[in-house]
Design a protein around this ligand. Structure first.
Ligand SMILES: [Ca+2]
Length: 242
């Protein structure tokens, strides 16, 4: 099925399938058969891997400085913009009682601003208030790390999600990445999301709840390498034939 209108401002399309993110406990370093960490052939991914390993080892959020450099999205800290943030599209395109948008300089997790979604009443059938970005290039069969901070007031925390599309813009599925619990204060969420094998682009949406306020800050979508790994076992007789 071809889903039009997924560029810039627009509504999230129907969910033709819901995929599941990998559980947090599955997050771990890439390892070869011997159990040793394998750096892989793509050196450009080394910073991403390093950030992931450090974050996992210390059970801490991924460093925002590194995330900002490696994210496939931009302005994750909502620091750039005026009344509305740069880069992020929003739905509904015009303010409605059930959905408005603001770059909030009075409450943030880090820096000087966050992205605030406001709602005074339940949204009509269809998608609710959200920030989003579509047309993000992805590599089929790879994985993404979704990493973000959010806070809610007067509404339930819905969280984020990834839509995937093939080269014909057919919708391949949706992977929600929801916070684990209460978000009455700034709360961190991170999850691995597998990219379907035939996917070429993704849409990343940050949802707000009805009849309340939702803030997002330090939102990143990080690529994870999927290059096939080859192993070479060097032994002393190989290096120094006898
Ligand atoms: Ca910020």
């Amino acid at each position: 099925m071809v889903l039009p209108g997924h560029r810039g401002r627009g509504e999230v399309g129907p969910d033709l399938g819901v995929l599941r993110p990998r559980e947090e406990q599955d997050i771990g370093p890439l390892r070869g058969p011997s159990g040793a960490a394998d750096p892989g052939p793509r050196l450009r991914w080394v910073p991403v891997i390093a950030f992931c390993l450090v974050a996992q080892a210390q059970c801490r959020p991924i460093a925002p400085e590194g995330s900002a450099l490696c994210s496939v999205t931009s302005n994750g800290g909502f620091e750039e913009g005026s009344e509305l943030p740069d880069y992020w599209a929003h739905f509904p395109p015009e303010p409605q009682p059930w959905g408005r948008h603001l770059r909030d300089t009075t409450d943030c997790h880090a820096g000087t601003a966050s992205g605030k979604l406001l709602s005074d009443e339940p949204h009509p059938p269809g998608a609710g208030v959200q920030w989003n970005r579509y047309g993000l290039p992805v590599k089929g069969g790879s994985a993404l790390i979704v990493s973000y901070w959010m806070k809610t007031q007067g509404t339930r925390p819905i969280g984020t999600g990834c839509h995937f599309y093939d080269a014909n813009k057919a919708h391949l599925g949706f992977v929600p990445v929801r916070p684990a619990g209460d978000c009455s204060d700034w709360t961190y969420t991170r999850a691995y999301v597998d990219v379907p094998a035939s996917a070429t682009t993704a849409g990343f949406a940050l949802y707000g709840g009805d009849s309340g306020s939702t803030w997002y800050d330090d939102v990143y979508l990080l690529g994870v390498p999927s290059a096939p790994v080859s192993y070479t076992h060097l032994t002393l007789p190989t290096i120094y034939p006898v």
